[in-house]
Ligand binder design. Structure first.
Ligand code: MN
Length: 735
């Protein structure tokens, strides 16, 4: 009997794994495909020859396993399989990217490059840079979606083989998986992989919870199998009579989702939809829908359906591409059970997502939801705004958001996340439509821009070229796309204000015989307790830094005795001033009260000493007026419960961002074009929003009333001055 050396055994094992990889491929592989995979396989084996995994097995087993997931579970093409085999080669061995490009061509090289970049990122240790890393990772979506898909497969295999890792590493990797990889897998339509990632994530982050549920599922297995048998037996004859080819399966919910339900204070036994029954039928493309409803009708002949739990994802598929008919019925033994009806094609799409779409797309012109989503995502990624944490959070929200479906005026269907508003809709159609939205009609009725849309609504957006986004809009939208577009527009607006402010400041300082240079600017930033020079220019631009304050600054500057000391302090501080930032930093400097955000006199309470930005409330005292406490002040509960009538809403605001309403009356001699001139002056005046206008003319006299929204008095005064200059205007007054 020949004795095999360890090396021989491993070689034998490698060739077995290679054959299996080809055999389980979801897509049919051509000769050229097999050639490509063979070469990638050989290079991977060769390059990783001397490496072992923590478990002791040859390292190359890992890329092979990832390639298997890519080939079979996700069902990707040969290029992806090759790239998966090579995904760790550049990172961990002497093989270079140009070697890969030379041997396998540009596409494989681009994908491997993307994967190498991500793997560099994940080696960063700082937690604070984690979000930034995720953002960079998402940016690789711009290159090739296959990068992310292979990365998800890589992560899945790492999660499956994490036993031999130190516990703190396990927890870190598992949390990362729950934070970003599972949501991504969900969005790409890889439901099975998402479930597995979540379950494994729970297993390592909360093992007791995981095993507790796992055991309970095991215990109820027999009961469940029997239940599904009962269900089958009842409808079998009726289905068979229709000459349908079908299978009926039961599938329990993932451990992770059962746990999520239990967090809502439901016990394991109380969760009625722990498992669903799936009826998967054969059909050609044309008759799919017809059969689905036929099966529906048979099922509901025997089991009473719950009318509010019917989901028709066949007529309008989810934007992940998911299609099926879901109903909940009173099943055997009077128990509620969800029944999912899908054709074989729909089932493949549900299991494999993206890849299955391609298989069935066959040059059809209809765009699948996932492609629209990717296109939209890429646009958002192209101009990322805000900090990395916000970005990733918003992105994640979009991943999990439930969807609604609304109609355009022409009757086209659009999907939006639940909670979306007409503004979200406008931005989803086109950036320019979003930016110039003036109003919206839902089902023919005018609605406010923050109106929450419902499935089935028909929308019409009213635009006006003079309309501009304002800061409130950020509260009206929920989609990342709209947010980032609005933020960019506001930033642009603020930049213009700051630029004008800079010129204005230069002029004002010259008046005071001060030359504006970097040093003076830094001194002014300190003097007004701001963060950046941009903040300073911006505040001059919108007019909340008054001339008197600048005079105070000049006076203080000329006092050399004080200067001597102040300079010493300032020196160390001014180094911290970043003069390049082009964003207004929020500077909470004022507390306002009540729903109308009124300015009132107040004192800060000694017991909790709230500082700007804290969550606060006002408490009306008998002798000392309003006192402001922190919401988590130790005395808060007793004040709120015993003297609730004395509690008054309060919040810190940034007074430079505050807006108020003003009514202006205009009188003059009525002549042609006057109304036009007035509205032109108002709408072309930066930072003034017109809320309503009414004009009437009476025997050649003209009376107008305009309500505007402005940030401060300076802007209002400037506007009034401009209106007065219009030919024919007699009087302009604020009332
Ligand atoms: Mn890997």
């Amino acid at each position: 009997m020949a004795v095999l050396s360890i090396e021989d055994k491993e070689n034998q094992e490698l060739s077995r794994r290679y054959k299996e990889l080809l055999r389980i491929s979801y897509q049919t592989l051509s000769k050229a495909d097999k050639q490509l995979i063979r070469e990638a396989f050989n290079l991977a084996v060769d390059a990783h020859r001397d490496q072992r995994r923590k478990s002791g097995e040859p390292y190359v087993y890992h890329p092979i396993a990832v390639a298997k997931i890519v080939a079979s579970e996700i069902g990707m093409d040969a290029t992806s399989i090759a790239a998966a085999l090579l995904h760790d080669v550049v990172e961990d061995t002497a093989v270079t990217l140009s070697d890969i490009e030379r041997m396998f061509g540009k596409t494989v090289a681009i994908i491997v490059d993307g994967l190498t970049k991500i793997s560099h990122l994940s080696k960063e240790k700082e937690i604070s840079t984690q979000a930034e890393n995720f953002r960079k990772m998402l940016l690789t979506l711009n290159e090739d979606i296959r990068v992310i898909i292979i990365k998800i497969a890589d992560r899945l295999h790492n999660m499956q083989t994490m036993e031999s890792m130190p516990p703190e590493k396990q927890v870190k990797i598992a949390s990362e998986t729950l934070y970003i990889y599972a949501p991504l897998a969900h969005r790409i339509g890889l439901y099975n992989i998402k479930n597995e990632l979540e379950d494994l994530g729970l297993k390592y982050t909360e093992p007791e919870v995981y095993y507790d549920i796992y055991d309970k599922i095991e215990e109820t297995k027999e009961e469940r199998t029997a239940y599904i048998e009962d269900f089958k037996n009842i409808i079998k004859t009726a289905l068979d009579k229709e000459d349908l080819k079908y299978v009926i399966k039961g599938r329990h919910k993932s451990i992770y989702s059962i746990r999520k339900k239990m967090l809502g204070n439901v016990s394991f036994d109380e969760i009625y939809d722990k498992f669903a029954i799936r009826i998967i039928y054969e059909s050609d493309r044309k008759s799919e829908k017809f059969y689905a409803w036929k099966i529906y009708s048979i099922v509901t002949d025997y089991f009473r359906p719950n009318p509010i739990r019917l989901r028709d994802w066949i007529s309008s598929p989810k934007s992940t591409g998911y299609e099926a008919l879901h109903i909940t019925v009173v099943g055997p033994k009077g128990k509620w059970v969800e029944v999912q009806i899908r054709s074989q094609r729909m089932d493949e799409i549900a299991e494999k997502g993206y890849a299955a779409h391609y298989k069935y797309k066959n040059g059809e012109e209809t765009e699948i939801g996932i492609e629209t989503w990717l296109k939209r995502l890429q646009e958002t990624l192209e101009n990322p705004s805000g900090n990395a944490v916000d970005f990733v959070e918003e992105f994640k929200l979009n991943l999990y958001a439930k969807e609604i479906f609304v109609f355009t005026p022409k009757g086209d269907l659009k999907s939006l996340p639940k909670g979306a508003t007409p503004l979200d809709f406008a931005f989803s159609i086109h950036t320019n439509i979003g930016l110039t939205t003036r109003g919206a009609r839902v089902n023919g009725k005018l609605v406010p821009l923050n109106h929450e849309l419902k499935s089935g609504d028909q929308l019409e957006i009213i635009t006006s070229p003079s309309q501009k986004p304002n800061a409130n809009w950020l509260d009206y939208v929920i989609t990342a796309r709209a947010r980032s577009k609005i933020k960019n527009a506001l930033k642009e607006d603020n930049k213009n204000i700051a630029e004008r402010g800079k010129e204005l400041l230069d002029r004002k300082l010259r008046h005071l015989k001060i030359k504006m240079d970097e040093k003076v600017v830094n001194e002014l930033v300190m003097f007004f307790k701001l963060k950046t020079s941009f903040d300073l220019f911006y505040r001059v631009g919108i007019g909340i830094i008054e001339n008197q304050k600048l005079k105070d600054f000049a006076a203080q500057k000329s006092n050399s005795f004080i200067n001597y000391f102040k300079n010493k302090i300032r020196k160390s501080q001014s180094e911290a001033v970043d003069t390049t930032k082009e964003e207004v930093s929020s500077n909470y400097d004022l507390i306002v009260f009540g729903k109308n955000e009124e300015k009132l006199n107040y004192k800060v309470a000694n017991c909790c000493n709230p500082i700007p930005g804290d969550e606060v409330f006002g408490f009306v005292t008998v002798s000392e007026g309003i006192k402001v406490h922190k919401k988590d002040c130790p005395n808060a509960i007793s004040m709120q419960s015993n003297y609730s009538y004395r509690v008054i809403q309060a919040k810190w605001i940034d007074s430079s961002q505050r807006e108020f309403k003003a009514t202006i009356t205009i009188t003059g001699i009525d002549n042609i074009g006057l109304v036009n001139d007035v509205t032109k002056v108002i709408s072309s005046n930066m930072h003034v929003n017109m809320q309503s206008v009414s004009f009437e003319s009476d025997n050649g006299l003209f009376n107008g009333k305009v309500i505007v929204i402005v940030r401060n008095n300076t802007i209002l005064k400037r506007l009034i001055e401009k209106l007065k200059k219009i030919n024919g205007i007699d009087k302009v007054q604020r009332i």
